[in-house]
Ligand binder design. Sequence first.
Ligand code: HEC
Length: 139
Amino acid sequence: MKNLSKKIIRITAAVFMTSALFMIVSAQTPTEWVAPAKFVSMKSPTAASKENIASGKDLYAKHCKSCHGATGLGDGAKAATLDVPCGDFTAAKFQKEADGSVFYKITEGRGKMPSFKKTITDDNERWNIVHYMKTFKAK
Ligand code: HEC
């Protein structure tokens, strides 16, 4: 009986330590944010026209700049108050990301990144922001 309870204590301790370790590791490693395939393959219903890019720019200034910064570097005033980086939209990795994937992330959000489906309810407006974001270039 004594041996059995010792065993139980040992197993409980091992389980506890493993889950604690897992929690520490997962909290510190930002996980890759992958959009569902259904969105990745989506094509924008709006053209990357001058007017649509300008409309996307206005919306970006209103809703996104505070965190992502005027030039997309992730250095907006609010960024410093967040415990996760906002990303760099001028990076080659972001510029190569499928439009549909960017659209999905704006629509659904994740963690500190807000979901905009209820704030910017017109899908076309969110697609226009995507067009504007694709104009960010590394300096
Ligand atoms: C309150 C701050 C905040 C605001 C406002 C905000 N974002 Fe974000 N955004 C974030 C953070 C933080 C992340 C990183 C989230 C993560 O990786 O979990 C992010 C991630 C993203 C990503 C994913 C980048 C990638 O490469 O995976 C996109 C796209 C994005 N934001 C677009 C926008 C757009 C467009 C707006 C405005 C309509 C906006 N964000 C407004 C904080 C913000």
